[in-house]
Design a protein around this ligand. Structure first.
Ligand code: FES
Length: 168
């Protein structure tokens, strides 16, 4: 009926488990404290990781190279960029709009110079910031709104039929 000798000695009841805990020197309170500390540690790690991920999204790192050895990034083939087309790429860790404007290709930082929101591009509206309604022309100059300075621009050109951002 009893599976172990300890159960037989104690009658196989809760009293037997208490006796077993006393024998092993462990106390239920210590186990509970340990589990609470483990849970607290896991929740703390998850919270820190979440804060880090949100921080990387809101303030993308600058100075990293997202492209090849020369720090160049391919935005796509020339055929994918009829006049008016635009595509957002990551260049040196920063979002950049590559746009085929009527006067040629431009690569403009997508980070608004007001408070750092990511600007949007639409061939009809040109470039605008959804946060406080700053508008920019296709050369990055401020047309209206609170942005204090133009969007920084980067070198862009065609290499082997591909639109490339970076020093050529
Ligand atoms: S952050 Fe772009 S207008 Fe304010």
């Amino acid at each position: 009926m009893y599976e172990t000798e300890a159960e037989r000695d104690t009658g196989g009841t809760a009293a037997g488990e208490e006796a077993s805990d006393r024998d092993s020197g462990e106390r239920p309170v210590e186990r509970r404290s340990f589990l609470n500390a483990l849970l607290f540690g896991a929740v703390s790690l998850l919270t820190m990781y979440g804060a880090y991920a949100v921080g990387r999204y809101l303030w993308p790192p600058r100075g990293e190279t997202a492209g090849g050895e020369l720090g160049q990034v391919e935005a796509g083939t020339e055929d994918e960029f009829p006049v008016g087309a635009g595509k957002k790429v990551l260049y040196r860790g920063e979002p950049v709009w590559v746009i085929h404007a009527p006067f040629g290709f431009v690569a403009l930082s997508a980070v608004c110079t007001h408070l750092g929101c990511i600007v949007e591009y639409d061939p009809q509206k040109e470039i605008w910031c959804p946060c406080h309604a700053a508008f920019f022309d296709l050369r990055g100059n401020v047309k209206s709104g609170p942005a204090p300075s133009p969007l920084p621009s980067y070198p862009v050109g065609i290499v082997g039929g591909k639109v490339v951002v970076g020093e050529l």
